[in-house]
Design a binder for this molecule. Structure first.
Ligand code: ADE
Length: 236
């Protein structure tokens, strides 16, 4: 049976979903509350992981080890790295990689984690299809499929933004997705990241982020709910 683990970094990214779930029970692990129930008829476990890669990875691993999730989705907001992606637009991950990992002095390609056989962790094609279709329902014509770049940094300068673009060719940047992707990859669990743009990750980001955080986070929750419904209808 399918069970979807849903991870958001901040309260605002998960609270809408919690309000829409049925038969909810909760338990605390490593300081985070895990809410188990049904979303659009699909068994789900929702957790607010907190900000950053370590928080994200440990919650993803708890979802795999303690809850036996069969699929993982990371929902939330992101800074745009692409001229065509405006505030409120949606990104579905083709794959995800770090922008702040560097073992270059030992001969590893830029951003590659030693021991991994890929630099960018590929998202699951079927979850991509479900997420994309759900995104198009919520914001038609404003959904892009591409790379997500993650790092332990809120990106708020043009120079940093340009550096991340040339390193990763990603569509957006945030602080958890690739860590969840790596955890999913190591556990053999299919995943997808879906993000709504809250800012442009440049010198305007500090102003835009608080203004658009709520709208973007709620939009993402809407997409996640519709995606859960689509996954529920799919054979395992
Ligand atoms: N999440 C939303 N906007 C972001 C940004 N500019 N950098 C990192 N994470 C983000």
């Amino acid at each position: 049976m399918k069970k979807l683990g849903i991870i958001g970094a901040m309260r605002i990214e998960v609270e809408t979903l919690l309000g829409q779930m049925e038969k909810v029970s909760s338990a605390c692990h490593a300081g985070s509350d895990y809410y188990e129930g049904l979303l659009e008829g699909l068994p789900v476990v929702v957790v607010q992981c907190g900000v950053g890669k370590v928080n994200a990875a440990l919650c993803a691993q708890i979802l795999c080890s303690c809850y036996g999730v069969t699929h993982l989705v990371n929902t939330g907001i992101a800074g745009s790295l692409c001229k065509e992606l405006d505030i409120g637009d949606l990104v579905i991950s083709q794959d995800a990689m770090y922008h702040d990992f560097d073992c270059g002095p030992f001969g590893y390609p830029a951003e590659m984690v030693p021991g991994m056989d890929v630099t960018a962790f590929p998202a699951d094609p079927d979850m991509i299809r479900c997420a994309f279709a759900a995104g198009e329902t919520v914001n038609p014509g404003h959904v892009k499929l591409g790379r997500v770049a993650s790092g332990d940094q809120f990106v708020a300068s043009k120079d940093k933004k340009e550096a991340i673009i040339s390193l990763t060719q990603a569509l957006c940047t945030e602080m958890e997705g690739a860590a969840i992707a790596q955890t999913a990859y190591r556990n053999g669990v299919p995943f997808v990241i879906l993000r709504a743009i809250s800012d442009k990750a440049d010198d305007s980001a500090e102003m835009d982020y608080p203004t658009f955080e709520t709208i973007a986070a709620h939009r993402c929750a809407q997409v996640t709910r519709i995606m859960a419904g689509k996954l529920a209808d799919r054979p395992l």
